[in-house]
Design a protein around this ligand. Structure first.
Ligand code: PLP
Length: 394
């Protein structure tokens, strides 16, 4: 018999994954071209050519044992050094390889940092709407996820409610910008205010509160929007980065954590995170892809493609009467449902072979998430269904 903890986890398992499976089932019945699957954040653009070139070059020029062997649990030092330099060049920071720990994607990195920081019942605050998997990641390490109410005006962080939610048990705050599911980039002004609040509360409670910046969408920012680099605003910052979306490599499971020297208890965190990578069963991030990403730090996916999708879906849905904010980054549109019940609205959409995810999965009922990382044609073909949907329910 499986553990009671896992029984509960399975019962509440990801709506997004369930939708993805539903999409495959419907495709078999109606043909893939007649199913409009906006459920999963799986990149729709190819990895840049530099990725293929790097794989070939590494395999052709290096000794295979040096490519495929074990290494330090934190990753190859030369890879971490190149990544540190690249961050320093972009953001004026002063990291070295000691500040970088290679991870199995963002998901691996977040589990490593929660394992490193959390005692049972420690609280981790996040802002709704948020990536639903945080629930599982925090629970894995016996923490409690505390959710700040959404600010549905513009989906910037609700700092008033945030202040109320910080207690002596708050160990960490996790934010995600550009945001999944809203596409909103948290403004510099709000990052400064959020950092001020954290410093105040640290003083009030005599604790260290870590700010975890979950950044898989950092490179997907439109209209030259800036995404503030958080370690410049708040010393106890830990950055979780991923190449899943920035290089379209979600299946390769590669990312890194940045642990700045200024973070409280820095040396112990670095040692514990190295140990966590090992004992969580990752042992280390994939060896070949550590080397590949080190050669592709300036490579870019075709963000114009996502931008074209963004313009089409945002303009069209707005013109049909849907209420939504124009995303500034990532590849999601978060739309207010024209009926109150978001799950019911998703069920109605499914009758038109449109698969979207209820906002409840992101802690924000009354909305749906549309992942527009699909072919442009898919959006074009789905638009009449979206129009019919709102016309029918109004
Ligand atoms: N965090 C957010 C906000 C995400 O949207 C995702 C994936 O969609 C992840 C983390 C996990 O990313 P990875 O594939 O790098 O584990």
């Amino acid at each position: 018999m499986i553990s009671t903890k896992m029984q509960e986890q399975i019962k509440n398992s990801s709506v997004i994954r369930a939708m993805f499976e539903e999409g495959r089932r419907l495709s078999e019945i109606y043909g893939a071209e007649n199913v409009f699957d906006f459920s999963l954040g799986n990149p729709s653009v190819e990895p840049p050519i530099e990725v293929n070139n790097a794989i070939l070059e590494i395999l052709q020029t290096e000794k295979l044992m040096s490519v495929h062997g074990y290494m330090n649990n934190s990753g190859y030092e030369e890879v971490r050094a190149v990544i540190a330099k690249s961050i320093n060049d972009k953001f004026g920071t002063a990291f070295t390889f000691n500040n970088i720990l290679m991870t199995v994607g963002a998901a691996g990195g977040l589990n490593v940092i929660f394992k490193t920081l959390l005692n049972p019942q420690d609280e981790v605050i996040t802002f709704a709407p948020f990536f639903g998997e945080y629930r599982g990641y925090v629970k894995n390490h016996e923490g409690e996820l505390v959710i700040v109410a959404p600010n549905t005006l513009d989906f910037q962080p609700n700092l008033e409610d945030f202040k109320q939610k910080i207690t002596s048990k708050t160990k960490a705050v996790i934010i995600n910008s550009p945001n999944n599911p809203t596409g909103v980039i948290y403004s510099e002004e709000n990052i400064i205010k959020l950092s001020d609040i954290l410093r105040e509360k640290q003083k009030e409670f005599g604790t260290d509160i870590y700010l975890i910046s979950d950044e898989p969408y950092r490179e997907l920012a439109y209209d030259n929007n800036e995404v503030p680099y958080l370690s410049k605003y708040y010393a106890n910052t830990i950055v979780g980065y991923s190449f899943s979306k920035s290089l379209s490599l979600p299946g390769e499971r590669i990312g890194y954590l940045v642990i700045p020297d200024q973070a409280a208890d820095y040396e112990n965190i670095v040692a514990a995170a190295n140990m966590a990578n090992r004992i969580l069963g990752f042992v280390n991030a994939p060896s070949l892809f550590q080397r590949v990403v080190a050669k592709c730090l300036n490579a870019k996916v075709d963000i114009d493609s996502y931008n074209k999708n963004r313009e089409l879906i945002y303009k069209s849905l707005s013109s049909y009467g849907y209420q939504c904010i124009k995303p500034q980054g990532a590849f999601y549109l978060f739309v207010k449902t024209p009926i109150e019940n978001d799950a019911e609205f998703c069920a109605l959409a499914k009758q038109k072979n449109i698969l979207i995810v209820p906002g409840t999965a992101f802690g924000c009922p009354g909305y749906v998430r549309i992942a527009y990382c699909v072919a442009y044609k898919t959006i074009e073909k789905a638009l009449p269904g979206f129009k019919a949907l709102i016309d029918e329910v109004k």
